[in-house]
Every structure is written in structure tokens, then in C-alpha cells.
Ligand binder design. Structure first.
Ligand SMILES: NC(=O)c1ccc[n+]([C@@H]2O[C@H](COP(=O)([O-])OP(=O)(O)OC[C@H]3O[C@@H](n4cnc5c(N)ncnc54)[C@H](OP(=O)(O)O)[C@@H]3O)[C@@H](O)[C@H]2O)c1
Length: 261
């Protein structure tokens, strides 16, 4: 056997050893920070096998620490805008049932001054769409067979800012609002195809959470109340758990209430 093949086999058995037989599996995008990291921690603590994906060249410290604490967490590199990377991870996980995919990775409030009429940065606009909309579609498409094998669920982190029917008083943020409204529409469409194959689809507004993408200080007047990270994570896990095929394609708040489209 060649040294390269022996090395690959050793790596494969190391990966398999990190996962426990019979445990459920969740794949989370953007798992190195904020909501994604706390989802990874919470599912790991519940005994799930966690495929915690990130886009960095080196495993981020946050995920290295989590994997040290929980051997059922395996960090994997996957930039969701790099389709070759998404396909490569899907190829490595081929045949493995995945109970839950959380499309969490997203761009939130980058260069907000370039998201307003008179100063629009169209390249940045495209990057938002490639990440927040197309990225979630690509991940869902690439891992469809894994989800079908588990009769699993695919959830996407949406936002109240995606609601077109709500006259949101916040100005600007064109790219974020638009890319998440498009995410809602495309996941609602995808939900029908996936339901035919036994897979549940959902869109969740996690609330306004203190994470890197949201202010660490108190929000300005007119902005929504902030929710604690542990409250929203626990509520979302309960919500995801209760989500059935009859509810597929719905848009809900972390507490289970219906969000306006
Ligand atoms: N926080 C809130 O109040 C709030 C409210 C509503 C909705 N959400 C949604 O919740 C999700 C998580 O937000 P957060 O507040 O936890 O933000 P965050 O801390 O900024 O986390 C975003 C994550 O997405 C990753 N990411 C960005 N682009 C990526 C790409 N191309 N490929 C892979 N990963 C990528 C980031 O990686 P890097 O660390 O490498 O940048 C980071 O891990 C987002 O979808 C957001 O829209 C958040």
C-alpha cells in the first residue's frame, strides 16, 4: 500500500472514530462564530455528531477548542461560495445520512455605508447574494442525498429583515434584506421537492442576538429587543425538533411563532 493511501485510510478511521455509532448527525455552516458556534456546542452536548464547517484556511481556535472538549465535533473547511469545496466535502461524506443541515453561514452588516442609494457597491451586493442566498442553495443541493437517507431536516437562518410585508423602520442594509428575502423564497420552493423525498425544510428568525454580526451595545431606538444567545439556541433546537413535514417551508421565529413573509 502506498504511503499516501495508508495516510488517507488512517485519516478516515480517525474521522470515523470521532463519531459515535447510532448518534444523530448535524452539519452546520459558519460554525466557528456566533449562532453557528453555539448550535455546534449545544448539539455536541446533546450527543449528536457535529460536522462543524468554516471557511478559514486553518481550523479556527473556537472550533479547535470545541473539538477538544467534545470529540463528537469534527471541524471541516467549507466556504459556501466555493462550490468545488462544497462538492469536495459532499463527496467525502457520500453515503452518510445527515439528520440536520443548518444553513447558518451568512454575511450580516459588512460595509453598511456602501449599501445605500448613491453609494451602492454592486460587487459587494453580489457577494451577499452568493453567500446568503446561493450558498445555502448549493449546500442544500450538495447534501440532499445525505438528508434523504436520514429523512432529515434542512433549516436556514433567516431574519425579520427578510419580511417584505413588514414596513421595517431601519434604513439601508439593502444587500442583507434582499439576500435573505431571496433565501426565503428559494428555500420555500426547494421545500416542495424535498418534501416529496421525506425531508423537512424550515426558515428561522433567531431574534436579534448579540453576536459578531449584531451590535454588542444596546440597539438604537426602533430596533428590536435583543435575545440572549442561550435562550434562542435552546428554543430553536426545540423548534427544529418539533418541525414536521406538515410544516415544511414555513418561516418561524425562534419561539415558534409564525413570521410574516
Ligand atoms: N445575530 C443576529 O442578531 C441575527 C439575526 C437574524 C439572523 N441572523 C442570521 O444568523 C446567522 C448567523 O449569524 P451570527 O449573528 O452568528 O453572525 P456571525 O457571528 O458573523 O457568524 C457568521 C458566520 O458565517 C460565516 N461565513 C460567512 N461567509 C461564509 C462563507 N462564504 N462560507 C462559510 N462561512 C461563512 C462566518 O465565518 P468567518 O468567521 O470566517 O467570517 C461566521 O462563522 C446568519 O445567517 C445571520 O443572517 C443573525
Amino acid at each position: 500500500m502506498s504511503i499516501k493511501k495508508a495516510g488517507l485510510l488512517a485519516l478516515a478511521s480517525l474521522l470515523a472514530a470521532s463519531f459515535s455509532a447510532g448518534a444523530k448527525t448535524v452539519l452546520i455552516t459558519g460554525a466557528n462564530s456566533g449562532i453557528g458556534l453555539e448550535f455546534a456546542r449545544a448539539y455536541a452536548a446533546k450527543g449528536w455528531d457535529v460536522i462543524a464547517t468554516h471557511r478559514r484556511d486553518q481550523t479556527p481556535e473556537s472550533l479547535a477548542d470545541l473539538a477538544r472538549e467534545y470529540p463528537n465535533v469534527v471541524p471541516e473547511k467549507m466556504d459556501i461560495t466555493d462550490h468545488a469545496q462544497v462538492d469536495a466535502l459532499a463527496a467525502r461524506l457520500k453515503g452518510r445520512p445527515i439528520d440536520l443541515v443548518i444553513n447558518n453561514a451568512g454575511l450580516l452588516s459588512e460595509n453598511v455605508e456602501r449599501q445605500i442609494l448613491g453609494n451602492i457597491d454592486y460587487d459587494l451586493f453580489e457577494r451577499y447574494l452568493r453567500t446568503n442566498t446561493l450558498g445555502a442553495v448549493k449546500v442544500t443541493e450538495a447534501f440532499t442525498e445525505n438528508l434523504v437517507a436520514a429523512k432529515g431536516k434542512v433549516m436556514a437562518m433567516s431574519t425579520d429583515m427578510a419580511s417584505i410585508t413588514v414596513d421595517d423602520p431601519r434604513r439601508g442594509f439593502y444587500f442583507y434584506f434582499t439576500s435573505k428575502a431571496a433565501l426565503n423564497m428559494v428555500m420555500k420552493r426547494i421545500a416542495k421537492e424535498l418534501a416529496d423525498r421525506g425531508v423537512v425544510t424550515g426558515l428561522i428568525h433567531p431574534g436579534f442576538v448579540r453576536a459578531r454580526g449584531a451590535p454588542r451595545v444596546d440597539p438604537p431606538p426602533g430596533w428590536p429587543e435583543m435575545v440572549d444567545m442561550d435562550v434562542t439556541i435552546a428554543s430553536m433546537i426545540e423548534l427544529i425538533d418539533s418541525w414536521q413535514l406538515a410544516d415544511t417551508g414555513q418561516f418561524r421565529k425562534y419561539d415558534g411563532s409564525t413570521m410574516p413573509w
